[in-house]
Design a protein around this ligand. Structure first.
Ligand code: GLV
Length: 325
């Protein structure tokens, strides 16, 4: 039987769904063979003539890519919840649905926000390096003393599913939780015991400010120099959403000048973060390589969802999960 669908996958995905796709004679699958994303020219070449595109957050899917693909392209399926790298409006204008993978990564990503809260507050990474570097000579009353998480105030910027999951975990830490969302979410905040506040108030009253909002033109640089000025000098910024929501130069200055107390970042403005970034020289900053949803189980579920979206789009069915639903 000859293949009916040509698909370019910009990387091999984990999970059973992708393994099945590889075996399915109905698919002619071109899988980018290495873990680095295809360069722009390579993406433009490989997408040509494809019916479906399976992509990741590292791939820029814009008009040029859609043009290069051709009019037969039926679906763009991304293995991620965030799709700021995809020109969704351009896809919509061509009638191409864009699939994403919400829900399955909510709890895993909230766990990571908490890993960063605890690591930043209690200097976990710094202390582990101290031991590895042979610096641990004795016990002293103030050695590696950090700040308390228990009983402090958590501010959540963006109260969608992940923000709510972060808030739920705060109950066990006896925290006051403040939240802000562009569209107020009174029911959801009541369920997790969070208080809805104005944006400025969340910033000024919180000990930890967690960014948990989608990157759009409206949220780019939302956390800027003005926002840092509003925050407590001891406040710790946590970002598990997207790097460009934070003005990174302003963040560096705020940390250098003691305007805020520290940061735990799973995401940076440009990824990977340049090795000469001042952020990497600061003891009060933890930077992780965008691994918020990276548990083996969750990444498998995300991949399966992306494959299910792809299959539906190719078959002309509504996607189980598409952007704008
Ligand atoms: C990862 O960052 C995602 O958006 O799923």
């Amino acid at each position: 039987m000859s293949a009916s669908y040509r698909v370019f996958a910009t990387r091999a995905l984990p999970g059973a769904g992708f393994a099945e796709l590889r075996q399915d004679p109905a698919f002619d699958l071109d899988v980018w063979p290495v873990d680095f994303p295809p360069a722009r020219e390579e993406l433009l070449q490989h997408v040509a003539g494809m019916d479906g595109l399976l992509c990741l957050i590292t791939d820029t899917i814009d008009e040029a890519v859609l043009d290069a693909a051709g009019a037969q392209l039926k679906v763009v399926s991304q293995m991620a919840v965030g799709v700021d790298n995809v020109d969704v409006a351009a896809c919509a204008a061509r009638g191409i649905p864009v699939g994403n993978t919400p829900g399955v990564l909510t709890e895993t990503t909230a766990d990571m926000a908490w890993a960063l809260i605890l690591a930043s507050a209690r200097r976990v990474v710094e202390a582990a390096e101290y031991v590895k570097d042979g610096m641990w000579q004795t016990w002293t009353p103030t050695q590696m003393a950090g700040v308390d998480v228990f009983g402090s105030t958590l501010g959540i910027v963006g109260f969608g599913a992940i923000g709510q999951a972060i808030a739920r975990r705060a109950q066990g830490f006896g925290m006051r939780v403040l939240c802000w969302n562009r569209t107020p979410r009174p029911d959801e905040s009541a369920v997790v015991g969070a208080e809805q506040r104005a944006f400025d108030e969340v910033l000024s009253q919180s000990d930890f400010v967690c960014v948990s909002i989608a990157l759009t033109n409206d949220t780019r640089n939302l956390i800027n120099a003005r926002a840092f000025e509003l925050m407590k000098p001891s406040a710790i910024l946590i970002n598990t959403a997207r790097g460009p929501i934070v003005d990174e130069s302003a963040l560096v200055r705020a940390l250098q000048d003691g305007v805020i107390g520290g940061a735990g970042l799973d995401v940076t403005a440009v990824e990977p973060l340049a090795m000469d970034s001042p952020l990497l020289e600061m003891d009060n900053v933890v930077v992780l390589p965008h691994i918020g949803s990276a548990s083996t189980a969750t990444r498998g579920k995300m991949a399966d969802m992306a494959v299910a979206n792809l299959r539906a789009g190719l078959a002309g069915r509504p996607l189980p999960n598409s952007v704008g639903d």
